[in-house]
Design a protein around this ligand. Structure first.
Ligand code: ZN
Length: 465
């Protein structure tokens, strides 16, 4: 039979549920899921996974690699190191780079960088700001487009010109162009006019603190988010374009998605690690700029867990968003000048598995759907990635769900060198990560190499190219 790798004795999370099984790998693909102890001759390497969880590698469609243009924060290789250590085997990069990825030529250049530097498999979500570039970018094998409904006032990052679009006519025109491609249109919801009014009032009081910033975005039960989500859902219905809402964080917008799905509107959405595990008020007070992203009040979090469990929220993505300490420190005095967003790709999978196994927030099977199979299917990779299924890529994460450890800046692999989770005790650890059957992380050491990652796209696209 010629099996290259046998992952033996673990509790394997399969599409139909979990059971004790061995995973067999041949030529980078899953060749079999067999009973433990089954006699096999000609097995290359056997990895003992007894007492461990064996999961598909995470497919993370929302990752800020910062390359090109902002490699003082992070680059494609350092993103991949943190990903491998976090059980993430596929990443989709985002377009808020310098230059912003908004043309086929720039997309080609970014893909060249990934090919040379990525430790994990990859794709890239370009900005859909230039109508003439949409078709040529689709031909390159992308799996989604991205737009921010944000134009930052008074700072240059993380929402630079070239990736923003908040005029409703422009949004509908762009959806009309993307709809025939069948690709999801990822949108960061935001109502710029409401933001200008609400933040203007807070800044006029002289409040430029992390607390003021946190309250601005969460003001009036999240009206800035909810209004934008309502508009996007209506435009999705009007254009028949698949819209993917990012950064879900309010009860009303989750309810709006629930209703939209019931009516058959092509809406999917995601939640990011910080909405579940950071951004409580005590952390806003203690860590200020380092946890903002956004403040998510506790009552919102209950709605988010409910949405994750009932399928309204489709997936978890990291929104891994590294910035330097200097870019954060300024926020203590002038939060509106700080770069917002938080790194997290290294910890999201252990944190959600901990929430499943130790806290009963969701089932382990649902956690795996949220992190792997649903993103793979939603972005057209279901025939290659996202599940432990014969014929798919052998992307595997082995987790120890019974190992107490403490997250620390010292072991953080992101170039930014800090994590908002520093000092947090956790009971789940990633033991090993395999990418297409090759071990890329084991026992605290990344063994994957720059250039080891390949472009992840749909098989039909790959054949056409
Ligand atoms: Zn993001």
């Amino acid at each position: 039979m010629g099996i290259d790798l046998r992952i033996a004795g673990g509790e394997v999370v399969l599409p139909g549920g979990r059971r004790q099984a061995d995973v067999l790998v041949e030529d980078g693909k899953i060749a079999g899921i067999v009973s433990p102890g089954l006699e096999l001759s000609d097995v290359g390497r056997t990895v003992d996974a007894s007492g461990k969880l064996v999961l598909p590698g995470m497919v993370d469609p929302h990752v800020h690699t910062r390359e090109p243009g902002f490699t003082h924060k992070e680059d494609i290789t350092t993103t991949g190191l943190a990903a491998a250590a976090g059980g993430v085997t596929t990443i989709f990069g985002m377009p808020n780079l310098k230059p912003p990825t908004s043309s086929a030529k720039l997309l080609d250049e970014v893909f060249e960088l990934y090919a040379a530097k990525s430790v994990v498999d990859y794709n890239h979500n370009p900005a859909a700001t230039d109508p003439d570039e949409i078709a040529p970018m689709v031909e390159r094998g992308i799996r989604a487009f991205k737009i921010f409904m944000v134009v930052d006032t008074g700072r240059t990052y993380p929402h630079p010109a070239g990736t923003g679009m908040h005029n409703h006519g422009d949004l509908l025109r762009t959806m009309d162009l993307i709809a025939p491609t069948g690709l999801p249109f990822m949108i960061h919801p935001h109502d710029q006019a409401l933001m200008d009014y609400i933040e203007g009032e807070i800044l006029a009081r002289g409040d430029n603190t992390p607390q003021g910033y946190a309250q601005a975005y969460a003001a009036r039960q999240g009206v800035i988010w909810d209004t934008a989500c309502d508009v996007l859902i209506r435009l999705s219905e009007a254009s028949d374009c698949h819209v993917h809402l990012m950064h879900m964080q309010t009860p009303r917008s989750i309810e709006a998605v629930r209703r939209a799905k019931a009516r058959g509107i092509k809406i999917t959405c995601e939640v990011n690690h910080w909405a579940l595990f950071l951004g409580t008020w005590d952390l806003v007070e203690r860590l200020g700029p380092y946890v903002l992203s956004y403040w998510v009040p506790d009552e919102n979090r209950e709605a988010i867990w409910k949405g994750l469990n009932d399928g309204t929220i489709d997936m978890l993505s990291s929104d891994h968003a590294p910035h330097t300490r200097e870019e954060k420190e300024v926020g203590w005095e002038k939060m509106w000048s700080a770069h917002t967003g938080t790194p997290g790709i290294q910890y999201q999978l252990p944190l959600i598995v901990e929430a499943a196994v130790h806290e009963g927030k969701l089932s382990l099977e649902r956690a795996v759907e949220l992190c792997a199979s649903v993103p793979a299917h939603t972005f057209g990779l279901g025939e290659v990635k996202g599940a432990l299924e014969v014929g798919l890529d052998a992307d595997v994460a082995i987790l120890d769900a019974d190992r107490a450890w403490t997250i620390s800046n010292d072991a953080d692999l992101s170039r930014c060198g800090w994590t908002p989770y520093d000092g947090r005790d956790i009971r789940v650890a990633v033991d090993r990560t395999f990418l297409r059957g090759t071990e890329i992380y084991a026992d605290g050491v990344v063994t994957g190499v720059p250039g080891g990652g390949r472009m992840a796209t749909a098989p039909a696209v790959a054949t056409a190219a």
